[in-house]
Design a protein around this ligand. Structure first.
Ligand SMILES: O=C[C@H](O)[C@@H](O)CC(=O)C(=O)O
Ligand SMILES: [Zn+2]
Length: 276
């Protein structure tokens, strides 16, 4: 598991392109038959990819978190962004079709990830946060998750937002997770932009064409920077950072947050005039 320490905004504004990428960008999430994990000290969130192609893959505890099982002190959000597959939690099997989500509460011991077929393997994107109590393990399918339309064609940000793990959906300690899909021809997400000093956030971009690139914006509102990203990459947003972007084509992204306030609407909008 790769460790990433938190960064101070005064420090971050001096980063070179390469340093920005080292601290915030997460690449190569899906390695066949492996669990790839990144531990960020931003709200102690773990971000990862699990890609079982020909055999099942287990998510286990490690010396780095001094825990015999991964969920000893944590909760977990799983999104399947590949072909259909299953997650087995202590012997109970949950079928996850593409874009379905599973929440696993603190204390779940055996976690086994498997694809239905190696021709079209499942790809599991995960976000995990510290948990103080156990909320029930629960699946939310893409087919019946409520959706809302945001943006407009004129501003190239027509998109559909779906909340899975949140106050009025799957219950959790800290985790808030959902998915936003850009309509054809729309490229901007989360603009006008915002910050939420009470929570960190991670954006995972997928369904981008191979040659398409995401220009993801970060930094304090008056010190913006950008990272150029491609398909299946994630980016850590510290609580002081804006997080929005425009790509050279349409795409979908999964947003995951953790911190002190789970309320989705707890966001401080940034006025256009503040941006630098
Ligand atoms: O804090 C919330 C998150 O940044 C996202 O939910 C925003 C988003 O998906 C969008 O506007 O497209
Ligand atoms: Zn946000």
């Amino acid at each position: 598991m790769e460790m990433r320490y938190s960064t101070h905004p005064e420090h971050a504004k001096h980063f070179t392109t390469e340093e920005l990428r080292q601290h915030y960008l997460i690449q190569d999430l899906f390695v066949p038959e492996e669990v790839k994990l990144v531990y960020t000290h931003e709200d102690r969130v773990i971000i990862g990819g699990i890609y079982p192609v020909n055999k099942s893959v287990a998510l286990e505890g490690s010396d780095q978190i001094k825990a015999a099982t991964f969920l000893e002190r944590r909760e977990l959000g799983v999104f399947n962004v590949g072909g259909s597959g299953t997650v087995k939690v202590d012997g109970e099997t949950y079928e996850l079709a593409t874009k379905d989500c599973l929440y696993v509460g603190k204390g779940g011991k055996e976690l086994i990830f498997e694809s239905d077929s190696s021709e079209k393997p499942a790809k599991f994107y995960i976000v995990s946060a510290l948990a103080h109590t156990t909320y029930p393990t629960k699946k939310q399918s893409f087919a019946d998750v409520p959706s809302e339309s945001l943006g407009s064609q004129e501003t190239a940000n027509n998109r559909t937002l779906r909340r899975y793990i949140h106050d009025e959906g799957i219950q959790s300690c800290q985790l808030v997770m959902g998915m936003t899909t850009l309509e054809n021809g729309s490229v901007w997400n989360s603009m006008p932009t915002h910050v939420h000093d009470r929570r960190m956030e991670v954006y995972f971009y997928f369904e981008l064409e191979e040659n398409a690139r995401m220009f993801h914006m970060m930094g304090e509102p008056n010190e913006t920077r950008h990272l150029v990203m491609k398909n299946d990459e994630a980016v850590i947003s510290p609580p002081w950072s804006i997080h929005c972007g425009a790509a050279t084509g349409s795409y979908t992204f999964i947003w995951g947050m953790a911190g002190e306030n789970k309320t989705y609407k707890d966001m401080d909008q940034v006025a256009m005039s503040e941006l630098r």
